[in-house]
Design a protein around this ligand. Structure first.
Ligand code: UDP
Length: 373
């Protein structure tokens, strides 16, 4: 039986390879990088010993019981709650927008119902069905909070006006009228004790999976029974219908001693601060932070993704969506290839959703194989 090709050793590729392997199907997983885990890759900073998320912070959170059980099969998941702060015009605030933020920002001491009424009076309640990021913000938090926390950050992060972006981007963040400052609403939230690279390496650790690093899809000569492709869908087709827009990130490292900022993530929404956030990575592994004397933090800058840059965030504006539809039509014409993951489907999905979809895609494939047999 010819084996399966899986392009990309991130969560999508690893989960599919494992599912096929457990059904007795062999695969070759390739990745052009020198490590597995894609943009979730973690490694020790050689100078400080801090476990660094090389391509930016990744916090695992899910409400999907099957996905939660799945990651726990391959790693010890240490409970971790993401608590983000924001520095706005020289003051520090709690995020996501909660009762503390509202009281800090307006210099008040309101209770939940009072704050709800207070914001409702400032909100654009005439916007019945918000379509854009800006409408969503104005509808629920009003212009003061929108301008302070979202407008500048979003312009820097996405390189366009919030009025051009879909409301779905802001819907990622909760708005709370209590003092709960947990960034996520999901049932489970944790960090893999030994990092994401160790977790994904364990998923790939199966006799029917061969992992080949520093290998480009275009270099492969072997014939395969099927391909699961988690690279950028536009690249697969040699950008024939144009380049899908992505944002890429630049990270500027700064090393120091002890505790440099007192928290893992500090957002910087001010428009005249060029970075979007600063992450101090020892706080992502609080169980070992006490033993590490040095520290490292990263300023994060977003910009348009050029041909040689690493794509991070799909932009998905109107123009991109039309282009994506053309690529999806082309993809439907290529029978032996399934496109998966953030880049393969050009979607802004978190790790848990990526795993969910990978499990489902592998199930569909296995069903078809069984039906054909
Ligand atoms: N956002 C913002 N201000 C913040 C945090 C987030 O305006 O302080 C907006 C911004 O547009 C961002 C989106 O909300 O892209 C989603 O934020 P999230 O923290 O989920 O982004 P990620 O961690 O995926 O980069």
């Amino acid at each position: 039986m010819t084996r399966i090709c899986i392009a990309g050793a991130g969560f999508s590729g690893a989960v599919i390879a494992r599912k096929l392997a457990e059904a007795g199907i062999a695969s070759l997983v390739i990745d052009e990088r020198s490590h597995v885990a894609g943009n979730c890759h973690t490694e020790r900073d050689p100078r400080t010993g801090v476990l660094v998320h090389r391509y930016g912070p990744h916090i695992f959170h899910t409400s999907d019981a099957e996905v939660w059980a799945y990651v726990n099969r391959f790693a010890e998941m240490v409970p971790y709650v993401n608590r983000v702060k924001a520095t706005v015009r020289g003051r520090v605030y709690s995020l996501p927008i909660n009762l503390h933020t509202i009281n800090q920002f307006f210099g008040t001491a309101m209770g939940p119902e009072q704050a709800r009424r207070f914001l409702a009076a400032r909100a654009r309640t005439d916007i019945e069905d918000p379509q854009t990021f800006e409408e969503q913000a104005l509808r629920f938090v009003g212009k003061e909070i929108y301008r302070a926390f979202f407008e500048g950050y979003t312009r820097k992060q996405w390189g366009c006006e919030p009025s051009e972006l879909p409301a779905s981007i802001l819907k990622r963040l909760p708005l709370r009228f209590n003092y709960d400052d947990n960034y996520f609403d999901h049932r489970w939230q944790a960090m893999p004790r030994h990092g994401y690279t160790a977790l994904i390496a364990r998923i790939l650790d199966h006799p029917l999976i061969e992992t080949r690093l520093r290998c480009r899809y275009e270099e492969l000569e072997e014939g395969f029974g099927h391909t699961f492709y988690s690279g950028p869908i536009d690249r697969f087709f040699n950008w024939r219908a144009g380049r899908l827009g992505y944002r890429t990130l630049d990270f500027e490292a700064e090393r120091g001693e002890g505790d440099m900022q007192g928290c893992a993530v500090m957002n910087h929404p001010d428009r005249d601060t060029p970075w979007t956030r600063i992450s101090e990575h020892k706080h992502f592994a609080p169980w070992e932070a006490g033993e590490i004397t040095g520290s490292i933090r990263f300023r994060e800058y977003a910009r348009a993704c050029g041909a040689d840059d690493i794509p991070y965030y799909p932009i998905r504006l109107v123009e991109e969506k039309a282009m994506l539809r053309r690529y999806e039509e082309m993809a439907a014409e290529v029978p032996g290839v399934t496109f998966v993951g953030r880049l393969g489907t050009y979607s802004y999905i978190d790790m848990d959703v990526t795993i969910r979809r990978a499990l489902d895609v592998a199930d569909v494939y296995l069903e078809r194989q069984r039906a054909a047999a």
